[in-house]
Write a protein that binds this ligand. Structure first.
Ligand code: PAF
Length: 277
């Protein structure tokens, strides 16, 4: 496996590969990321190249968020990526990817990007789309794999790729969970052991929302308000807990595939999760 730091070297290394599977990450990897790499390998086949990028993208962090403290664990990440079948790690410096302030940005449409995560993290999806579009231009993959754990991000990037007519297949990777059911996340490393147990409450609360819907309850506002209150009662600071259409994250309607999504702070750690139904 090669570890490459510059765009020019990456382009050289990729020149001989037509089939390229790409997994963008911010590093501090866990088995969820590695599963995306295995999926990319499966999809491009043994002759294709699997590229993973590791870049903590300043553009998608608000000033009060954890950009400075986000764990940078390149050496360990590279060992894990090699074991998962990755061929090339692209780990550019900030200067390499943003040699000048990034004045040109990709801003997604408000109806998808200003709800849920975008509402609570203004500018987040512009930061994500800008870096992913730039990485797509650099890697020129034939396919890219993103985790379903970041459900809205996957949807925003799928639409960006389609609307910009980028010749890239976008694939979603299933969320990996601990044995107890906690969705794997780089930010779980911020949690104490006691918080890791408490963190299971988020997916339990999403399951309850789904169960109530399937049991015939239709007062969504009331159900969501109760779900938010139950997290608050347990000491959390929830941003949203909601049941939406899978298709476009609009309000849940009868007879369509739905997804329960939630984001909440436990102590100083913000967790997100979702469950499809
Ligand atoms: O999901 C992430 O880790 C990031 O948002 C991504 C897609 C690598 C862009 O920085």
């Amino acid at each position: 496996m090669q570890v490459i730091r510059t765009i020019a070297e990456l382009r050289d290394a990729l020149a001989i590969h037509r089939q390229r599977g790409f997994v963008p990450t911010m590093g501090n990897l866990h088995d969820g990321h590695l599963q995306l790499v295995r999926q990319a390998r499966e999809l491009v086949g043994p002759a294709g190249a699997v590229v993973a990028s590791i870049f903590v993208n300043r553009l998608q962090f608000a000033p009060h968020e954890d950009f400075d403290t986000y764990p940078r664990t390149l050496e360990r990440d590279c060992q894990l990526l090699e074991g998962a079948g990755c061929d090339i790690v692209f780990a550019p410096s900030e200067k390499e990817l943003y040699p000048e302030p990034q004045g040109y940005k990709v801003s997604p449409p408000t109806e998808l990007a200003d709800i849920l995560e975008g509402h609570f993290r203004p500018g987040f999806f512009t930061g994500v789309c800008t870096v992913v579009h730039k990485l797509f231009n650099i890697v020129q993959p034939t396919l890219a794999v993103f985790g379903k754990k970041d459900y809205q991000q996957l949807m925003v990037l799928r639409r960006m790729t389609a609307q910009m007519a980028l010749p890239i297949e976008i694939h979603g990777g299933e969320t990996r969970r601990s044995e107890q059911g906690l969705a794997l996340s780089s930010r779980n490393g911020y949690l104490s052991e006691a918080e890791k147990t408490e963190a299971l409450r988020l997916s339990r609360t999403l399951k309850e929302l789904i169960a109530r819907w399937h049991a015939g309850e239709r007062d969504l506002d009331g159900m969501e308000a109760q779900a938010l209150q139950s997290l608050r009662d347990a000491g959390w600071a929830p941003d949203y807990l909601t049941l939406r259409r899978q298709h476009d994250l609009g309000a849940a309607v009868e007879g369509q595939p739905l997804v329960a999504l939630g984001a909440a702070k436990l102590g100083s750690t913000r967790l997100i999760d979702n469950l499809e139904t």
